[in-house]
Design a protein around this ligand. Structure first.
Ligand code: HGA
Length: 609
């Protein structure tokens, strides 16, 4: 959350800052701002409430010029959404943009107010900039030392970039709690919260590690680790293309990402196949093989959509591998006394790999008696990946829509392949691998063909778009899919949607059923369908409006609408059945006219607790 971009160059960077900060809008879009140092060494600061487009409008016809500058897009944590609270924040000659939360900001604010500082905002960020100024004024030492001395006093997360009008040839970046990546140019350097903001200027990147402080000049970069020792960090050559971060022919990123799923699923499968006949995880070596052989329990921790993927995998771990598996929302896992099961292995899931709640859970788990831990993420250089014993990537490609789609289905692919690998390690034979690979290989095409049904889904969506509430029902492994379907609807259309296990309806929620309550039922033909049919009858008898997703002919009543699904193997059915629900949520939101990629109050990559 919150996006940071900064540059120190030999050319005018106003267009770069505006274009790049817009690429980070998915991280927050409450307000945005930028600051430049112009040719007279004066600070020019422009800030605006709302999307980056508002900021762009404000810069038009202003003939702005600056070779060094910072920009920010905000997801507010401290202080309302207002121009005063928008970054950059300034204290005399020092300017900062910040991503994070300062827990002790109130006491520091009181301290600084006593020293005479006047605050122009309610943010915790303004506390940091005055503190740095105070430290420098007090000691008369360099800005770097003032930054270092200030960090000791801060409690919280504070990834930030600092700019000084007294020294226009450098920026200082601090990485703490959320990612910062340096983009290396020729006689110019850049820094951002995500490399996609820099793909139009470079392909060479350095990911700062937790606690790093970097001095960034046009021709030189110096990095100190948290012990204040100079360190060399690896330069990474990215193969991501700027075009990958564009919407192309689609109206919204979410639409693009839904339709990209056959390709991203195929990529993920291929990445973990050896000779098309066995599953091969390069990152998992002898140590993990030994753990997999002996583990007796799996604990998975995640948030939001990743939590639903983890829930699906619980069914796979237990029904296919016979391994007990518990899944918990990360913030709850970190909020209670934990009892670690015997021979338990710890797994985290996060698209961005920066989800604060999940990171905190991992840090707690590392101090407990787990056999080891593994992260599943879409981001190879993320904090979760770096802090975990080992990791598996989802290869979904860049996902920008706030409502996750392709990262969900690719997480499911990785989880199913992992379950399969663990089974063959435990059983010391790989028949199961052959079976699952066969099922997985046909999945991308089945999804591609299914997209032809999108007209039918659009029609259902039109009927649902004026509803206030919706229920999603699923049984067994389809229950988490019902949860994910409901979440998609909530996130982008603001309709209250709730998921229930089909069998649970009569224990309370049945009271909600009337002709205004659409009920979406996920009912593939499997051993549970007869039970689900009974639930359908119960809802129909009470005048509920029923939509069923099924490959079975269900002739219960004329009032029931069926979205006929093609046959799909039961094991991968959850990966397939989420597709119509994603489309349904998308088309409902489209009918309502909401901002699908930037739903209100949300942001992607939730880097605050
Ligand atoms: N606390 C700062 C920055 C917010 C942030 O990082 N959000 O993810 C503010 O409220 O402006």
């Amino acid at each position: 959350m919150c996006g940071i971009v900064a540059a120190v160059t030999q050319r005018n960077i106003i267009n770069f800052l505006l274009k790049s900060i817009q690429k980070l809008e998915y991280r927050g879009y409450d307000s945005s701002g930028l600051a430049l140092i112009n040719s007279n060494n004066h600070l020019i600061r422009i800030r605006s409430v709302g999307k980056v487009n508002e900021l762009i409008k404000k810069t038009k016809n202003k003939k702005l010029f600056g070779k060094i500058g910072v920009a920010h897009t905000r997801w507010a944590t401290h202080g309302r959404v207002s121009k005063e609270n928008t970054h950059p924040h300034v204290s005399s000659h020092i300017t900062i943009v910040h991503n994070g939360i300062i827990n002790n900001s109130l006491e520091l604010r009181l301290f600084l107010e006593k020293k005479g500082y006047i605050f122009n905002s309610d943010t915790d960020t303004e506390v940091i900039v005055h503190l740095i100024h105070w430290e420098q004024k007090k000691t008369g030492k360099s800005l770097l030392e003032a930054v270092y001395n200030s960090l000791i006093k801060l409690n919280g997360n504070y990834s930030m970039v600092i700019m000084d009008t007294n020294n226009i040839s450098k920026l200082i970046a601090v990485c703490s709690g959320s990612p910062l990546v340096i983009g290396l140019g020729s006689k110019e350097n850049f820094i951002a919260s995500d490399q996609i903001a820099l793909l139009n200027v470079t392909k060479r990147f350095i990911y700062l590690k937790e606690g790093d402080i970097a001095i960034i000049k046009p021709e030189k970069i110096k990095i100190f680790n948290k012990k204040y020792l100079i360190v060399n960090r690896k330069i990474i050559h990215s193969n991501l293309k700027y075009e990958h971060s564009k919407k192309g022919k689609y109206k919204y990123y979410m639409e693009k990402e839904i339709y990209e799923q056959p390709m991203s699923i195929e990529n993920t499968i291929k990445n973990y196949l050896k000779n098309n006949t066995s599953i091969y995880f390069k990152k998992l070596g002898k140590k993990e093989k030994n753990i997999f052989l002996h583990l007796e329990h799996i604990q998975i921790v995640a948030c939001g959509t990743s939590y639903h993927a983890a829930m699906v995998s619980k069914y796979w771990f237990e029904s296919l591998a016979n391994i007990p598996c518990d899944v918990e929302v990360a913030s709850e896992f970190s909020s209670r006394k934990l009892v670690v099961r015997k021979k338990s292995y710890f797994i985290t899931l996060s698209q961005s790999g920066e989800t604060a709640d999940t990171l905190i859970a991992l840090r707690i788990a590392k101090k407990l008696n787990y056999l080891g831990n593994l992260a599943i993420s879409n981001m190879p250089n993320s904090s979760l990946v770096q802090e975990s014993d080992t990791f598996l990537l989802t290869h979904a490609g860049i996902e920008i829509g706030v409502a996750s789609t392709k990262s969900f289905t690719t997480q499911l692919i990785v989880l199913l392949m992992l379950v399969t690998k663990i089974i063959s390690i435990k059983q010391k034979k790989n028949q199961i691998e052959k079976k699952i690979i066969k099922i997985l290989t046909i999945l991308p095409n089945t999804i591609k063909n299914f997209f032809e049904k999108n007209k039918e889904i659009k029609n259902i969506a039109k009927k649902l778009s004026n509803k206030k509430n919706m229920l999603f029902l699923g049984r067994g492994i389809q229950y988490p899919i019902a949860m994910e379907g409901a979440l998609k609807v909530k996130e982008i259309s603001y309709i209250h949607a709730e998921a229930y296990p089909s069998g649970e309806l009569k224990h309370g929620p049945l009271a909600l059923i009337d002709s205004n309550m659409p009920v979406i039922i996920i009912a593939p033909k499997n051993s549970l369908i007869e039970k689900t049919k009974k639930n359908i009858q119960e809802i129909d008898a009470r005048g509920g409006v029923i939509y069923i997703l099924s490959d079975e002919e269900i002739n219960i009543s004329k009032n029931i609408k069926i979205l006929k699904m093609p046959y799909i193997d039961e094991i991968v059915a959850p990966i397939f059945y989420i597709i119509p629900l994603q489309l349904l949520a998308y088309y409902i939101a489209l009918s309502k006219g909401t901002n699908i990629d930037q739903p209100r109050n949300l942001a992607k990559s939730v880097t605050v607790e």
